[in-house]
Design a protein. Sequence first.
Length: 494
Amino acid sequence: MDLSRIAALRATPVPPALHLIDGASCPASDGGTMTARSPIDGSALTTLARGTVADADAAVAAARRAFDDGRWSGLAPAERKRILLRWADLIEARALDLAVLGVRENGTEIAMALKAEPLSAAATIRYYAEALDKITGEIAATPPGTLGLVHREPAGVVAAIVPWNFPLMIGAWKLGPALAAGCSVVLKPAETAALTLLRIAELALEAGLPPGVLNVVTGEGPVVGAALAASMDVDVLVFTGSGATGRKLLEAAARSNLKRVYLELGGKSPNIVFADAPDLDEAAQVSAAGIFRNAGQVCIAGSRLLVERSVHDAFVEKLAAHAAALRVGDPLDPATGAGALNSEAQLARSLGFVDEARAQGRRIVTGGDRILAETGGYYMAPTVVADVRPDDRLAREEVFGPVLAVTPFDTEDEAIALANGTDYGLAAAVWTGNLGRAHRMVRRLRAGLVHVNTYGGSDLTVPLGGVKQSGNGHDKSLHAFDKYLDLKTAWIKL
Ligand code: ADP
């Protein structure tokens, strides 16, 4: 990594950010702004437009016009592909600049941010660009004298509300297939991670995406996000974030135009280690990364560790050693293993869970405290809490911070009962050398993604989505197109 470039970029002032509506940058309709703070040291980074309901409505109107006049939805697929591929190239060419800007705003360690943010976004956009002209309709097996055609058409105006942990990666998981399908989009970034999404939306214009096809409105969720959810002119709403917000979005859809709502709502993912795991050292190391990368702010984080009792103590010790050895600090230092939490509120929330566990008499094996407070940044020591009981809040609720809850088990059935015993169903992992057990566990675990003898690291070719209260619908893979394409039947008498 180019250290002098990183140093230069981190010292560059960030100009005030505006919305991007109908191809033009514009302030909030009432001129309102909000401060973007850097979690690296708590300093003010720049201001964002504090969007209004009028701004959200203007963006939806622009997206609607762009969709209805066919400037994008009506282009030849090969032309859409050419523009999206050019967009991916522009993002990739500016990867380090984008990564540093993103890290200054959200605190993710740079080595991970570079890969997981701009480079992953470029790869995602390319994947869907390359796929878009391979989508075909169907001819149904209808009786003689009839012809049944099944068309797949772009669904219309998509509103995408995304979170702050991986804005470009998650943003591209929505934007890639939505735009490739021919939809127009209004994107609402999180309050604390908007700058890189605005930047790539500008690059989309440079790549030739017609104005109005991709609009970005910044501001507060309960104002801008809520206006998009209540809009009568949004056809599809896609969301990644908390369950509490997901419920509000469903309610708003029901009260407005019954828009389709797809939710990715996080998890409390069980990481299950059997004594017969092929390599317990590797399991400890990968499991530590599975919870502590990006300071635990990962939807699929393996935040519950279930360990077979016979290896429990030794395994927890190994894992805690990895946690304690993780270098936490300045996220723009490429040697950093875990950066800052995204906001002061997220730090307070994470510490609150640990305080509660401590008060309940649970064992803090390592970590548990804020660190590097003198920097003004939001850092927390990777934390392992043992003897966590299934009913503890720490075992049931998503922390979204560097806190691992550990519970022992004795049998496969008990592991399944513990693993499936929360409201969530996003990810899980099983570590075992027994092939039969591995497949049994994959079938019995109620989760959208089950890892075997690894954690994290899947790629774009496979879908990601939750069951139970982790949500519905899928990002990634060709299945993601299902959200953005409508089926239309033509029944023809011959
Ligand atoms: P997280 O815990 O990940 O911050 P949130 O659900 O609060 O989860 O935020 C995810 C996204 O949802 C952000 O872009 C945020 O602005 C937006 N959001 C928050 N509250 C609402 C709401 N009431 N209506 C619509 N969007 C919202």
